[in-house]
Design a protein around this ligand. Structure first.
Ligand SMILES: [Zn+2]
Length: 456
C-alpha cells in the first residue's frame, strides 16, 4: 500500500514536472495607414488599407539555473541594426538580458511597413512620409522591447518538445538563363522544405505556444498589392491560433533568401500556403515530439565580411546612371567617402542558442540563401540544428560562394536597394562558417559536456 502511494506520487510529480519557465507575449505592430510597404522597388504609393494585422511575438525561456533567452518574431520585411541594437541595449540595461540571449527574427513579408532605414534606397519619401516612417521605427523599438519584457514578466513552468514536418510550396527562384541568373523558377536548385516545430506546453500538457519555421520568402503577394498583410506566414500563424484558441503561434523565417512560393501572386495563394504550413505544424504536434531539455546556452558574435573593392570614381559614374535607385545608392556611397569612411565591410551577427544536446538554433543576420542551412547541417551532423536567416540585422543578402559566383539579384543587384557598395568578396561563406564554428563551440558543440550559462 505504502509503495503504491509512493509510486503514484512519483508519477504525479513526473507528469507535472517542468524543465523550464516560459513566458509568451504579443503586440500588434500594424502600421497606421496610409503607409509605405517595403520589399518591392516598383511600388509607387503608400498602402491605403490593412488586409490583416501584423504582430511581434515573444517567447521568453528560463532554465533552472536562471539562464534566459528571448526569441522575438515579427511580421516585418527585416529589422535593421538600428532597431535591433536599441532593443537589445534596452533589455540589457533594464532586464540584464545578455545580447547573446536575444534573437529578433523577421518574417520578410513584402506587404509590411517600411522599417527605417532598412532598404531605404527603394523609397523617395516626402518629408511627411519620412517622419511617419521614422516615427514607426521608434514605436517599433518600444514595442519590441516591451513584448520581450512582458514575456519575461510572465514566466511560468513549462516544457519544450521538438519535431519536424514538411511543406512543399517553396521553390528555388534562381533561374539560369543565357545572360546569367534571373528571378524565376529553378526546379533543379536547392530547397529546404522542412518545417521545424517547437512545442511549448504547461506541466499538465496543455499547449501554450508553438514556434514554427520555414525557408521561403514571404512574397506570395507581389508589388502590385497595396494592403498591409503578413503573407503566408501571417496566414499560417492565424490558422494555428484558430485551431488552438488561446495559443500563441510564432513564425520564424529560415534561410529562404533564394526561395519563393510557387505559384504566387494571389490572396488565395496566401491562404492556401498558410493552411499548408499550419497543417504541417498540426501533423508534428499530433506526433511524437522529442523533449528539449535544459541547460540553455547562448553565444553571439559580430564579424566584418568584406565588400569587393570599390572607388569614388565608380559611384561618381553611377550618379549619372539611368536608374534612380543606382543614383540614390551612389549618393549614399559618396557621402560615406566624403566622411572619410567608405563602406568596406558589413557588421554581421552570428548567434547560437542551444538547449542541452537536444536542439540548437543558429540565428544568422541577413537574407541567407538556403546553401547555408544545408551546409551547416552537414558540418554539424550530430546536432539537431535549426538554421535561421533574417535574424537581428537584415542588412543585405548573404550569398554562398556558389551563388556569389553565379551572380544575379541576390549577390549583386539587391545590394543597390540595401545601400551597400556591391557584392562581397569570395571569402564571405568561409568567414561566416568560421564564426558559426566559434559560436557553436561557445554553446558546447564539440565538447562532451553541455555545461551551463550564457556566453557573452
Ligand atoms: Zn528578400
Amino acid at each position: 500500500m505504502k509503495t503504491l502511494v509512493l509510486l503514484s506520487l512519483v508519477a504525479v510529480t513526473a507528469a507535472n514536472a517542468a524543465d523550464f519557465k516560459i513566458g509568451v507575449a504579443r503586440v500588434n505592430i500594424t502600421p497606421p495607414t496610409p503607409f509605405w510597404l517595403s520589399g518591392y522597388a516598383a511600388r509607387t504609393n503608400p498602402a491605403p488599407t490593412v488586409r490583416t494585422e501584423l504582430w511581434a511575438k515573444a517567447l521568453a525561456i528560463q532554465d533552472p539555473a536562471g539562464t534566459r533567452a528571448v526569441i522575438v518574431t515579427t511580421d516585418l520585411i527585416g529589422l535593421p541594426a538600428e532597431v535591433s541594437d536599441a532593443v537589445a541595449e534596452r533589455l540589457k540595461r533594464e532586464e540584464n538580458l545578455p545580447r547573446a540571449a536575444l534573437v529578433l527574427n523577421s518574417s520578410h513579408t513584402h506587404s509590411g511597413p517600411a522599417i527605417w532605414p532598412n532598404l531605404r534606397v527603394m523609397f523617395d519619401f516626402t518629408p511627411d512620409e519620412a517622419q511617419r516612417v521614422k516615427r514607426y521605427a521608434r514605436k517599433l523599438t518600444d514595442d519590441l522591447a516591451s513584448v520581450a519584457r512582458q514575456a519575461l514578466d510572465g514566466l511560468q513552468p513549462a516544457n519544450l518538445a521538438f519535431g519536424r514536418g514538411t511543406a512543399g510550396f517553396a521553390i528555388n527562384r534562381r533561374q539560369p538563363v543565357p545572360t546569367g541568373v534571373r528571378i524565376g523558377v529553378n526546379t533543379n536548385g536547392p530547397v529546404d522544405h522542412s518545417v521545424p516545430v517547437l512545442r511549448v506546453s504547461a506541466p499538465d500538457g496543455t499547449l501554450r505556444a508553438v514556434l514554427f519555421a520555414y525557408s521561403c520568402h514571404n512574397t506570395t503577394l507581389g508589388g502590385d498589392f497595396y494592403q498591409v498583410d503578413g503573407d503566408y506566414a501571417g496566414a499560417a500563424q492565424r490558422e494555428v491560433e484558430k485551431d488552438h484558441p488561446g495559443v500563441t503561434a510564432l513564425f520564424m523565417m529560415l534561410c529562404g533568401g533564394d526561395q519563393n512560393p510557387n505559384p504566387r501572386g494571389k490572396v488565395e495563394h496566401v491562404e492556401q500556403y498558410g493552411r499548408e504550413l499550419a497543417s504541417a505544424v498540426e501533423q508534428v504536434l499530433k506526433g511524437n515530439l522529442a523533449p528539449v531539455r535544459p541547460p540553455l546556452r547562448a553565444a553571439h558574435q559580430v564579424i566584418p565580411p568584406d565588400f569587393a573593392p570599390h572607388t569614388r570614381e565608380q559611384f561618381e559614374t553611377e550618379l549619372k546612371d539611368a536608374s534612380v535607385f543606382k543614383q540614390r545608392r551612389a549618393r549614399l556611397m559618396l557621402e560615406a567617402y566624403d566622411r572619410g569612411q567608405p563602406i568596406r565591410q558589413l557588421a554581421y551577427p552570428v548567434q547560437a542558442v542551444r538547449f542541452n544536446q537536444d536542439l540548437t538554433l543558429l540565428a544568422l543576420g541577413g537574407e541567407v540563401v538556403v546553401d547555408y542551412s544545408i551546409r551547416a547541417r552537414r558540418d554539424f551532423p550530430g546536432e539537431n540544428l535549426v538554421v535561421a536567416g533574417y535574424c537581428n540585422d537584415v542588412a543585405c543578402y548573404i550569398p554562398s560562394l556558389r551563388v556569389l559566383r553565379e551572380g544575379g539579384y541576390e549577390p549583386v543587384d539587391s545590394m543597390i536597394y540595401y545601400a551597400q557598395p556591391g557584392p562581397f568578396t569570395e571569402d564571405v561563406e568561409s568567414r561566416i562558417f568560421d564564426a558559426i564554428r566559434t559560436v557553436m563551440s561557445q554553446v558546447g558543440v564539440g565538447s562532451s559536456s553541455p555545461g551551463g550559462g550564457a556566453a557573452k
